[in-house]
Design a binder for this molecule. Sequence first.
Ligand SMILES: [Zn+2]
Length: 245
Amino acid sequence: MKLTVLGCYGPYPKANGACSGYLLEDQDIKILIDCGNGVISRLFTHCNDLNKLDAIFISHLHPDHMSDLMVLRYAIAIGQMMGKITKPISIFLPSSPLEDYNRIPYQQAFTRSIINEELKVNIKGLDVSFFKTDHPVECYGMVFENNNKKLVYSGDTKFFPELADKIKGCDLFLCEGGILERDITDSTPHLSAKQVGEIAVEANLRRVILTHIFPATNTNLIFKEATEVYTNILEIAEEGKTYYI
Ligand SMILES: [Zn+2]
């Protein structure tokens, strides 16, 4: 599998950046994971034929993870009208908040499937499963498995004790952790870099990529904070970079 970071900022991008969006590819499989603002223009540099996009998975309906769907749907509907796109694109997403869920459809752009913890999806042999995280809206972490390789994406979450269990045995953990421990309060809905380091140690992980970077955070400090705890491979997500799993 290979994972290209299309956007890695949250809850808003820095100059010339984009919010959450990742292209997962394996042979002829192409999956978009999250679709925050700024992601679609980057997607088109890697996949300019939307017929080749097999599915879109949305962790939750906060705008920094899904707002470009509102634009992508125009590209799909117009492509269908012009005969260039032959079918709706499959999108997997939580069904709440209902108001946001109901805003997403447009003509025949998408076929929607609702994510829950029981759902198992298979895309051309690649398995996808889900676990609920702790975030102010319904949000899911995602497990992608193919050819004995396993990628886990955290979605958005604050710390919860079961998280280490959910990620055990993965080859790469793409985890939100774009703020520092000093920024965390009881109500912060995100993980600090230090917390990610601790979870990675508990789960005995081999490799972690920190993402959902708060634009004002010094990424050197995030790296330092996480690697003081976790000493295996840790990288900070870089937009445009492809990571091989
Ligand atoms: Zn969120």
